[in-house]
Design a protein around this ligand. Structure first.
Ligand code: ADP
Length: 399
């Protein structure tokens, strides 16, 4: 079986063609600068080949067509025709309260996705555009939507309700939704497999630390608490996002700097986080390099990020009344041994201890805890595309 996984952003579109059973990735790539000019990077993992093309992409439809052309090309393709693609799985950022699971896309689902736009004005329109473009270029092909928010729909009301007038929840849907759900789901299941125990018996804290970051408490396989909120701005400080702050700061900045609400929100989304504190970069590699050279603000950004992540792991454990395993994943979690070590430094009192030699790895599935640790610390590369492909295959098979 071959499933095409699509992750459409406003001006970019990532794709993977894979077999959800063998997990083989036949081809993957990225369309960039959609609506500007258009660039396609196409990779074939089996041969390590990489191709780059400038292709006009005025809209997402041309981008999808370029992907299909690349996949079926006699020179660098991996399939003979589009007919070999069994179905398409789409990543959708926000499913609101309408979607607690992945779903086969039909007109009713499209209407529900449109209704979620006010909740994710930056993300959902791009996802919807990607779906429509696929429907246009591949009419009749089964399509499935997989939501970043779905996994967190199991959170109890005490975790998702904000302490503001209740009507804002019932009338305006203001509540904690949580994101990165596909990643938290995937790594928690891999963790159970690595530990050789049923997920129903485990309390796991998963730390997705990348450009965007979130921590999730997973009790018996269900998300019961997570750090991102109504939007992906909440929780941990991130590359450019502020994470949780005192909301009064917004009014204070508007008044003291004569800024509009849009300007302040832009600062909190795009100029804050470790970029804002370090003044160096949003990329942790640059920040770690600057800190090593003695840049104090870069060091402060790292210290702040690790400190707040430490606190989130402890509070996620408290939400479950215990912890069996903590999992690190995504760009920073998978790659930075230094940050992992710093994050767990103060958690020895909870039985979380890592072995420096075992921690000195990147991008592999491994247990990095010491022999006397009572909590397993696991490093697990995430694979959201695989979950999307597997959900898509299952749903189109009617299961
Ligand atoms: P996204 O949220 O965009 O999917 P990723 O999960 O790819 O992000 O993570 C990107 C982040 O991972 C960047 O901030 C990058 O600095 C960080 N990262 C990647 N490799 C390393 C590394 N070797 N050391 C530290 N940070 C790294």
């Amino acid at each position: 079986m071959k499933i095409l996984v699509i992750n459409a952003g406003s001006s970019s579109l990532k794709y993977q063609l894979m077999d959800p059973e063998t997990e083989e990735v036949f081809a993957k790539g990225l369309c960039e600068r959609i609506g500007i000019d258009g660039r396609l990077t196409h990779k074939i993992p089996a041969s390590d080949a990489k191709y780059e093309f400038d292709i006009a992409m005025p809209t997402h439809a041309e981008a999808i067509q370029a992907v299909l052309d690349a996949l079926t090309s006699s020179a660098h393709g991996v399939i003979k025709s589009m007919d070999e693609i069994d179905a398409v799985g789409h990543r959708v950022v926000h499913g609101g309260e309408a979607f607690a699971h992945s779903v086969v896309i039909d007109n009713t689902v499209m209407a529900a996705l449109e209704a979620c736009i006010p909740l994710a004005p930056l993300h959902n329109p791009a996802n919807i555009t990607g779906i429509r473009a696929c429907q246009q270029v591949m009419p009749g092909k089964p399509m499935v939507g997989v939501f970043d928010t779905a996994f967190h729909q199991s959170m109890p009301p005490r975790a998702f309700i904000y302490a503001i007038p209740y009507e804002y929840y019932t009338e305006n849907h203001v509540r904690r939704y949580g994101f990165h759900g596909t990643s938290h789901y995937y790594v928690s299941h891999r963790a159970a497999a690595m530990l050789g125990r049923p997920i129903e018996e485990l309390k796991i804290v998963t730390c997705h630390l990348g450009n965007g970051s979130s921590v999730c408490a997973i009790d018996g396989g269900k998300s019961i608490e997570t750090s991102m909120g109504f939007t992906p701005l909440d929780g941990l400080p991130m590359g450019t996002r502020c994470g949780a702050i005192d909301v009064s700061i917004i009014e204070y900045l508007m008044t003291t700097h004569d800024l509009s609400i849009e300007e302040v929100m832009d600062i909190l989304n795009k100029k804050s986080g470790v970029l804002g504190v370090s003044g160096v970069s949003s990329d942790f590699r640059d920040i770690e390099a600057a800190a090593e050279k003695g840049n104090k603000r870069a060091q402060l950004a790292i210290d702040m990020f690790c400190y707040k992540t430490t606190k989130r792991i402890a509070s996620a454990s408290a939400a479950m009344g215990g912890i069996d395993a903590v999992v690190f994943t995504a760009g920073v979690g998978e790659n930075s041994a230094e940050l992992r070590a710093k994050i767990v430094e103060n958690l020895a009192f909870m039985g979380i201890k890592i072995d420096p030699a075992k921690n000195n790895v990147r991008g592999v599935e491994t247990d990095i805890s010491t022999a006397d640790a009572t909590v397993h610390t696991l490093l697990i590369p995430t694979n959201e595309e695989l979950v999307i492909a597997q959900d898509t295959a299952r749903l189109v098979a009617g299961k």
